[in-house]
Ligand binder design. Structure first.
Ligand code: MN3
Length: 208
């Protein structure tokens, strides 16, 4: 059984005018699709892994055979992170979180604005390609981190920010270069307008 590219949960132009349709199209249909294909190609060499979920593979990378471990880390992470990225955005997004997530953000970071500033700074400050995360750490607390490449807090024993993702922003240049060129800070500040807080709250509740 091979892994498949999930359809985008909304039309390509649904995140306009914040994220342009052309960027979303290339990002999903080319970049995300390539990670799916590369992951499947790597797993073909080890059919015994075919029934394992991507999350299970990443949570125990040491058990993945060495000859495909890096390919699974990069491409499995690429698939899972993009699956999540599309889900935590949506048309009519933005605003603020509500309910339990809003309370936890206020408690942990002092205020929503303070959280937003810290998250943005961390994502913008990630050197080269990577991701900015809000996640629930092992102690059940909200934390902010960034990871290089396609590493995710789900990679137990591999990353320093282990936990369950709540919110993620892709800061690879392919996520913004067509519209924002080198201006990653402008992309991240625009990205807040498309955050699907309902989905983030669901992830937070299921992680705690
Ligand atoms: Mn990407």
């Amino acid at each position: 059984m091979s892994h498949t590219l999930p359809a985008l949960p909304y039309p390509m132009d649904a995140l306009e005018p914040h994220l342009d349709a052309r960027t979303v199209e290339i990002h999903h249909d080319k970049h995300h699709a390539t990670y799916v294909n590369n992951l499947n190609a790597a797993l073909e060499k080890h059919p015994e892994l075919s029934n394992k979920s991507i999350e299970a593979l990443l949570a125990d990378l040491k058990s993945v055979p060495e000859d495909i471990r890096t390919a699974v880390r990069n491409n499995g992470g690429g698939v899972l992170n993009h699956n999540l990225y599309w889900e935590i955005m949506g048309p009519g997004g933005g605003e603020k979180p509500s309910g339990k997530l809003a309370e936890a953000i206020d408690q942990t970071f002092g205020s929503f604005d303070a959280f937003k500033e810290k998250f943005s700074k961390t994502a913008v400050g990630q050197f080269a390609s990577g991701w900015g995360w809000l996640y629930v750490d092992a102690a059940g607390k909200l934390s902010i981190a960034s990871t290089p490449g396609h590493d995710t807090p789900l990679m137990k024993g591999t990353v320093s920010c282990e936990g369950r993702p709540v919110l993620v922003v892709d800061v690879w240049e392919h996520a913004y270069y067509l519209k924002f060129q080198n201006r990653r800070p402008d992309f991240v500040s625009t990205w807040w307008n498309v955050v699907n807080w309902k989905k983030a709250e669901e992830l937070f509740v299921s992680a705690t």
